[in-house]
Design a binder for this molecule. Sequence first.
Ligand code: HMG
Ligand code: MG
Length: 298
Amino acid sequence: AYPDHVLIKEVGPRDGLQNEKSFLPTEKKVEWINELSESGLNYIEITSFVNPKWIPALADCYEVATQIKRKPGVTYAALVPNMKGLEKAMEADVDEVAVFMSASDTHSKKNINKTIDETLPVLSETVREARSAGKKVRGYLSTVFGCPYEGDVSGEEVLRITDRLLEMGVYEVSLGDTIGVGNPVQVETSLNHWTSRINPEYLALHFHNTRGMALANTLVGLKAGIHTYDGALGGLGGCPYAKGASGNVATDDLVYMLHEMGIQTGADLSRLAQAGRFIEEALGKPLDSHYMEVIRAG
Ligand code: HMG
Ligand code: MG
């Protein structure tokens, strides 16, 4: 059976913008996040406190986090890779932080310059410090359905790392199909395996739509009891350190599907479209989602 309600986490301002070639001016980012805040979404990942040499598109993380208008009831989160990022995120007083790592060593080295086992103690310290400062911490695990460099990824390794992240004190692990290679049968088999060992309450799904599989995989996730999904408005997104990665599942397409299925999200599609038109204009290009295409066609 499908749930009555699904929680959508909007990652457009982070995952969506980190992969953009040109630098979106800070005031445009701020205005877009303010628009998203009015769309009924109650969780927005606004930026990343990473090394700006690695992700120049988000070099204004501190300014964005301190200049947005915080709407009561909305959680404003940011990615942090280590203590340095956490300290800056705390200074900017984000509501929540997210730590991230990969289930394959090659992607891990390329993305954060460390292997999986070198990363675990870094995240452990970061999560401990964040929690002792009163911040909730989310975890991301990338490449769970396939790695652009290594191909197949071990389901046991996904379980091992997910367990470690939960032991550290993250409240949920968002399982990432970083390069959008998973298919519904694979996702079903993997989720059956993982949810036999981990309560699906502690899991979220983060689909990239590189090969058009994201909504089909979402249905499989819903049937496996997972009720939290990441999306980026209009289908922006991608990890610059994962070869061939492209956009996230479009929040607007996801919301459309769920609402048509009678599943609530709290989002207002017409306000999402308004935020979509804003970012299309700011980036100077149309968004890839089906829903925004319908909007453009009038
Ligand atoms: P490193 O070079 O190994 O770091 O990078 P280091 O500790 O050796 O320090 C080197 C320099 O970086 C030093 O500066 C540090 O101060 C600085 P220097 O002394 O040379 O001037 N530094 C920092 N500066 C700002 N903020 C920080 C920070 N930490 C160190 N937090 C590091 C390691 C992790 C920092 C680097 O590799 C990095 O920033 N990587 C970012 C990668 C990234 O953001 N990728 C995209 C997000 S993940 C993703 O998209 C997947 C996801 O969407 C899920 C999915 O789709 O699967 C989440
Ligand atoms: Mg991603």
